[in-house]
Design a protein around this ligand. Structure first.
Ligand SMILES: [Zn+2]
Length: 323
């Protein structure tokens, strides 16, 4: 099952021609987890063909305008497109007031329900197959980093063992594969009788806007993909500290300490026309760094397979289809 990370917007507070405001969509099964929602997110979602009516959670790292400016429009569009599913939104203290007020002043009545949760540090979401954790950032306002962690999935299915135990092929195999016990001729078959050891899930970390600090690397420990802000180049270290942001080297040092497999740098300041230097700086401290552009996609493989990360762009696709 694929786990795709689509970079909808990779700029920071000021957008540039090639980079829109912050937003990242994580696609997992039939669900979208949207990380931040900068201005223009809905348009990027349209280009990426993400859809507005599917199962979705929105996680907001902090309430700076560049990270939430897209919420009013997105919520309205969902209503106009007759969304019926409940939409869950998570963010720091203040997100409830922010959303309720813009809906009130814009006189918008949504045709679907929204659940807004003001989060604290720790486990914030527990689903059947994954969990999401939050950790406070160090920034000029209250904010959070997030960690999406798939729970271990059932081990490999051993066909020979299933046949030896006389389990007929079909729905019973399927149930066992999903970790459920079944009964065959009055005998209870536990899934571990036909399955190998549980296999690890995938982990994605997302920094939000933050200065680097010590315990971030333990929060992101062993993540497969870490998406970290690199608002500044190492050359502008002083500015980074002044504005409570990270440099590409800060991000790479944390990624390296955390032993993450791939580091993706986002939230680049508009002052950098070319991201090459940002990437090269980071590569001195971590061996696998990319600086995605808008509409780039990373597919994260399971850690126990030999599959590679897949990286590609949706941009050519959208241009080819444009009238
Ligand atoms: Zn920002």
């Amino acid at each position: 099952m694929s786990l795709k990370v689509i970079f909808l917007g990779t700029s920071s507070a000021i957008p540039v021609l090639r980079r829109s405001f912050p937003a990242i969509a994580v696609l997992r099964k039939d669900e979208v987890i949207l990380l931040d929602c900068g201005e223009g997110t809905q348009r990027q979602m349209t280009i990426a063909k993400i859809g507005f009516c599917r199962k979705m959670k929105i996680l907001i790292t902090h309430l700076h305008g560049d990270h939430v400016g897209g919420l009013p429009g997105l919520l309205q569009t969902m209503s106009m497109l007759k969304r019926k599913r409940v939409l869950q939104i998570y963010g720091p203290k203040g997100i409830v007031g922010f959303i309720k007020n813009f809906l009130k002043y814009l006189k918008v009545e949504l045709g679907y329900e929204i659940e807004i949760n003001e989060v604290k540090e720790g486990l914030i979401i527990r689903e059947r197959e994954y969990e999401i954790y939050a950790k406070r950032t160090v920034h000029s306002m209250r904010g959070y980093s997030f960690l999406i962690k798939e729970l271990p999935r059932p081990g490999r299915f051993h066909v020979e063992k299933a046949k030896e135990l006389g389990i007929p092929e079909g729905p019973l195999w399927h149930a066992l594969q999903e970790g459920k016990k079944v009964t065959v001729k009055g005998r209870i078959i536990e899934p571990q009788m036909v399955l190998g050891p549980p296999r690890p899930g995938r982990i994605i970390g997302f920094s939000g806007d933050t200065m680097p600090y010590k315990s971030l690397s333990s929060f992101f420990k062993n993540a497969d993909l870490l998406v970290f802000e690199a608002t500044y180049s190492e050359k502008d270290m002083e500015k980074a500290r002044e504005n409570m942001h990270s440099t590409s080297v800060d991000a790479a040092k944390i990624a390296s300490e955390a032993n993450v497999k791939m580091l993706a740098l986002v939230h680049l300041s508009a002052r950098y026309n070319d991201s090459t230097a940002i990437r090269l700086e980071a590569l001195k401290y971590h061996g696998n760094v990319i600086v995605p552009e808008d509409l780039d996609v990373i597919e994260v493989p399971y850690p126990d397979t030999n599959e590679e990360f897949k990286v590609y762009s949706l941009k050519s696709l959208s241009e080819a289809e444009a009238p």
